[in-house]
Design a protein. Sequence first.
Length: 277
Amino acid sequence: MELTTISALADAQGIHDRGFIKALALVAREVTRRNVRTVGISGSQGSGKSTFARMLSELLMTESDQKNTTLSLDDFYKTRAERTQLAATLHPLFLTRGVPGTHDVRLMLDVKNRLLQGAVVDVPVFDKGSDDRRKQTRRIGPVQLIILEGWCFSAVAQDEAALQLPVNELERLQDPQAVWRKAVNQKLAGSDYQALFEVELSVFFQAPDMESIIRWRLEQELRFNQGALSMTEQQIREFVQHYQRLTDWMLQDRSGSSDIVIALNQDHSVSGVSLDD
């Protein structure tokens, strides 16, 4: 892939980080070299994984004429009614979207498998503003490559012993008996999530620390709402606590098990890229 082409694509997105551009070039090269049909991209909230996935898709279609599509875990959240039922039967914290157990993982796995078989499929669209699935769907396929992205994509379950102590105030006050976090862990360990997470090339955006993730999430909120906050900084800090346990675990675990790790600085720039051949 020509760096000049990638730089032009990055400029159009307002991205001028040379590390990001080189990382994009590396991943695109590996997709082509390995002739893969599935790529998984994971990373914390605000890490840039969704932007990266979108640019990778555009680059591959431009440079190699390869028909591809991007599937986001975010579009496969269960409906608010389904999460309300989970909250009533399992634990109240399941009302908040995000953790394993709040995705319609069987639907996403079915979409993935049908696309790999060459089918045309209708994909749900989730509206974060209303916190519910839209009535409209989007039709995709047939494609040669599927780029799957999500904050917990490719995560694996923790050992039971690691779940005993709370990692933050949310768990200490709202999950004192560890019911919620154990249920999340069991969902993640299930065959549906792990089958969905099976890809031929895995990419992980490695954040430097949780404080950076909270700041990025706050910046993301400002961008999406044209400078206004739909949540206060305190509400964002509380919201991110739902994701903290698995985020911390992935920062420990994924850096050693991903094919490509893109390490980030606190200012969001790319500090380095490692490739596991």
